[in-house]
Design a protein around this ligand. Structure first.
Ligand code: 4NP
Length: 156
């Protein structure tokens, strides 16, 4: 188990929600001076090696965050010992993570929205078949979660 916090954000494709969560959380952690390792991954492997979806990149850029250098990868068993927190964007992702997780692996596995006050247990909706408003909603959600997560990790 690493000493300092290490957070992995996980969605289905690793092209929309989890790279936006990674970018929003990196910005929030830097702003608060929190030292933390950060990555994102997908439960599905269709887009491996690709950058985030253009709409996710554009949304992050509108909010001053560059996620264009990120590359899709699939979640793997060792992630559950390399990261202190493995955070799912929705309930399907969470169920998949619980299935993949090796027995006894130390990472805390839960929903990202658990860190948004009043929204524990909720999903962050997949914007893939949506429009710009859906991507903006994801950005607002992952930014709110990033703030709560930074506060929780600072109190750790
Ligand atoms: P994400 O969105 O899980 O937020 O990255 C999706 C990306 C790709 C697909 C579905 C959702 N897909 O079916 O390829």
């Amino acid at each position: 188990m690493p000493d300092r916090p290490a957070v992995l954000f996980v969605c289905l494709g690793n092209i929309c929600r989890s790279p936006m969560a990674e970018g929003a959380f990196r910005a929030a952690a830097e702003a608060e001076g929190l030292e933390v390792a950060i990555d994102s991954a997908g439960t599905g492997g269709w887009h491996q090696g690709e950058p985030p979806d253009r709409r996710a990149r554009d949304t992050a850029r509108r909010h001053g965050v560059d996620i264009s250098g990120l590359k899709v990868r699939k979640v793997r068993a060792e992630d559950f010992s390399r990261f202190t927190h493995v955070l799912a964007l929705d309930h399907d992702n969470l169920a998949d993570l619980r299935r993949i997780r090796p027995a006894g692996a130390p990472a805390e596995v839960r929903l990202l929205a658990d860190y948004i006050p009043g929204r524990a247990g909720e999903a962050i909706a997949d914007p893939y078949y949506g429009g710009q408003a859906d991507f903006e909603r994801v950005w607002a959600d992952v930014t709110a979660a990033a703030k709560g997560l930074v506060a929780a990790l600072k109190a750790r």
